[in-house]
Design a protein around this ligand. Structure first.
Ligand SMILES: Nc1ncnc2c1ncn2[C@@H]1O[C@H](COP(=O)(O)OP(=O)(O)OP(=O)(O)O)[C@@H](O)[C@H]1O
Length: 117
């Protein structure tokens, strides 16, 4: 429903997260890796600003994975047949998530190195 209230819109967003979890293995993998990293941080106890930076990076990763899943679902619904343009669109959406995930992985490595050293 267009222009619904804030609670209804939050409900749609949570439904979207549940759908991404249900339908997309890469989203589930991303959530599992995020939890593993946060558990590792709870043990390593890095400076507070590392928490802010890493949580932001992980949130961006979840958001890009959800956006990638949305685009894939839309492509598959609107154009189920194979088509090079659809393939390129999916590859580019996947690339966007990949770039963010590489940055998050780099930050996680920097956090571990600077905390353990
Ligand atoms: N309809 C299509 N036409 C052409 N190529 C496609 C099509 N659907 C998928 N592909 C190719 O297969 C790849 C994987 O697409 P798929 O929809 O299976 O996503 P996925 O396995 O969930 O990938 P991701 O890891 O990005 O979530 C795409 O990036 C694209 O290269």
């Amino acid at each position: 429903m267009k222009n619904a209230g804030i609670l209804a819109r939050a409900g749609y967003s949570i439904a979207g997260l549940r759908a991404a979890w249900r339908e997309e293995r890469s989203f589930r993998d991303h959530v599992a890796l995020s939890m593993l990293l946060l558990a590792g941080m709870a043990v390593l106890r890095p400076d507070a600003w590392w928490w802010a930076v890493i949580v932001l990076a992980l949130a961006c990763g979840w958001a890009f994975e959800a956006m990638n899943a949305a685009l894939e679902a839309l492509c598959d619904r609107l154009h189920p047949a194979r088509d090079p343009a659809i393939g390129r669109a999916k590859d580019m959406a996947s690339a966007a998530a990949f770039v963010v995930n590489c940055a998050a992985a780099g930050l996680a490595i920097a956090m571990v190195v600077s905390t353990v050293a």
